[in-house]
Design a protein around this ligand. Structure first.
Ligand SMILES: [Zn+2]
Length: 80
């Protein structure tokens, strides 16, 4: 389980930022803790009340081995 703190994924490695999907669902983008690539969750990713993300998150960068369960520290689901 990888703990990610809140921040700007375009500027910092290993952080998350809230993102509202076009369908109105609240989700998040994260930056890879290894290479810094910005990762958008798939439609299958769910964030629970405590910020736990399922299924595991995989870096889209083919040269990067990051593939772990992540937890979004400070996540409050109700906040849009
Ligand atoms: Zn990566």
């Amino acid at each position: 389980m990888r703990m990610l703190s809140q921040g700007d994924p375009n500027r910092r490695v290993g952080v998350w930022k809230r993102q509202v999907r076009p369908n109105g669902r609240v989700s998040a983008i994260v930056s890879c803790p290894y290479c810094g690539a910005v990762i958008t969750f798939t439609a299958y990713h769910e964030v629970d009340l405590a910020g736990g993300v399922t299924p595991g998150v995989q870096c889209p960068n083919k040269d990067c081995k990051f593939h772990e369960y992540v937890k979004l520290m400070g996540w409050i689901r109700q906040q849009a």
